[in-house]
Design a binder for this molecule. Structure first.
Ligand SMILES: Cc1ncc(COP(=O)(O)O)c(C=O)c1O
Ligand SMILES: N[C@@H](CCCC[NH3+])C(=O)O
Length: 390
């Protein structure tokens, strides 16, 4: 793994002079690491003939999408604009799936016109609306039922999606009535089932529990003589935010191996995955300049030109991102690293040990490739940060 260590730990420092020429805040992507990650995913998924759709919600930048397409991944979309981005960036419609609890008529109509592979449907009401819109176009929409498996992902409660209390998916007790309803909806064709239990899952036993539930649902369908061509088990594999240098690439071998061991697949069935974070998180860094150093009563503040408007994860989920000072190698001092936004939650890290930091230093906030740029906002009328690809 020595060469990987090189790419994550030193790439930014190697490019320091170049970075200094750029306005900040700036998202910097390491395409070399991205390619190594995608190669690893492909190698492990191919072992079992698994097919991966990239979840665009993690990062929908064109150079990133180009890499995904080049490596043969499909596109998992959650809005009409994501479907559009996938198609405009060259994904074949047959490689596009569209999930989401609240698809608007306009979004559905656009996806119907594109003849996408599948709508992952999350309620009876949605099925009725989709059937009506497909009928109006004289089309038959391929659908997968997103089932809520009631499996705990053991992750942050804001990013758990597969519990009964969550808004996502069709609950097990509704399946009978949904199947009865489907028989009355001639413009829908059921091609599979879909599950997704949450994100940033680091305890793989959650996926084992998912497999057990999927196996039970498969039996349920089988006893009713309903054939499922596709089993989509979603995404959710977590990354190591604490040690991006040591673990730049998640353990895809263990992840896919677990599904191979515990998921019972019927002959001819295809297994689909929808990975987002695990593919792109580690290749992205938010680079920012120190604006001011301010000595508070209890702490020193390093005030950056990036804030929660560029990377909202710490403010929203109290999530940890490793912070490095690329410019200084002085003795370490403790700082609260904060942004310029008019919110006290605009803080990237408290009591962070950094080499003594001065105005103008470049600060790297790591593991920001997923759910970073895409979740940026214009709050305080901020300008959107640019992206640089190394
Ligand atoms: C339905 C669905 N699929 C895929 C993903 C991608 O998840 P992750 O980025 O955790 O792999 C998400 C996000 O949690 C999702 O909601
Ligand atoms: N945006 C979240 C994850 C949600 C994933 C989409 N369901 C994060 O930054 O961790």
């Amino acid at each position: 793994m020595e060469s990987l260590k090189e790419t994550t730990e030193t790439t930014l420092k190697q490019h320091l002079q170049e970075l200094q020429q750029h306005p900040t805040p700036l998202y910097v992507y390491n395409l070399g690491l991205l390619r190594q990650t995608l190669q690893a995913v492909k190698q492990e998924a191919d072992k079992y003939n698994y097919h991966v759709h990239y979840a665009l919600k993690a990062n929908a930048n064109t150079p990133i999408l180009n890499e995904m397409r080049t490596y043969g991944f499909g596109a998992d979309c959650v809005s009409g604009n994501e479907v559009k981005a996938a198609i405009e960036n060259g994904f074949a419609p047959a490689e596009v799936v569209f999930a989401g609890v609240g698809k608007s008529d306009e979004e559905i109509n656009y996806a119907l016109d594109q003849d996408i592979f599948s709508f992952n449907c999350e309620s009876s009401h949605e099925l009725e609306v989709l059937n009506e819109l497909a009928a109006a176009k004289g089309k038959i929409a391929r659908i997968a039922l997103r089932i809520n498996p009631n499996v705990n992902a053991n992750t942050h409660k804001y990013i758990t999606t597969g519990l009964e209390e969550n808004k996502f998916g069709i609950n097990a007790w509704e399946l009978d009535s949904v199947m009865t309803l489907l028989q009355q909806l001639p413009n829908l064709k059921l091609i599979g089932v879909h599950f997704h239990i949450g994100s940033q899952i680091t305890d793989l036993s959650a996926f084992k529990n998912l497999c057990t539930r999927v196996n039970e649902f498969q039996e349920w369908f089988e006893t009713r003589k309903i054939e499922l061509e596709h089993i989509n088990v979603g995404g959710g594999l977590g990354v190591d935010y604490y040690h991006p240098e040591q673990n730049p690439i998640p353990d895809f071998e263990a992840y896919f191996g677990l599904f191979n061991q515990f998921l019972e697949v019927r002959p001819g069935q295809q297994v689909h995955f929808e990975l987002g974070r695990s593919l792109v998180a580690q290749c992205g860094t938010l680079v920012s300049r120190v604006l001011y150093i301010k000595n508070g009563i209890t702490t020193n503040f390093a005030i950056l030109d990036a804030g929660m408007t560029e990377l909202i994860r710490p403010a929203l989920y109290q999530s940890y991102h490793k912070i490095e000072n690329l410019s200084s190698s002085k003795a370490e001092v403790r700082y609260d690293v904060v942004g310029p936004i008019c919110e006290s939650s605009d803080c990237f890290g408290k009591a962070v040990m950094l080499p003594e930091t001065s105005r103008g230093d470049l600060i790297a906030i790591q593991t920001a490739g997923a759910y970073g740029e895409v979740m940026a906002s214009a709050y305080n009328l901020r300008t959107k940060a640019k992206a640089l690809y190394l």
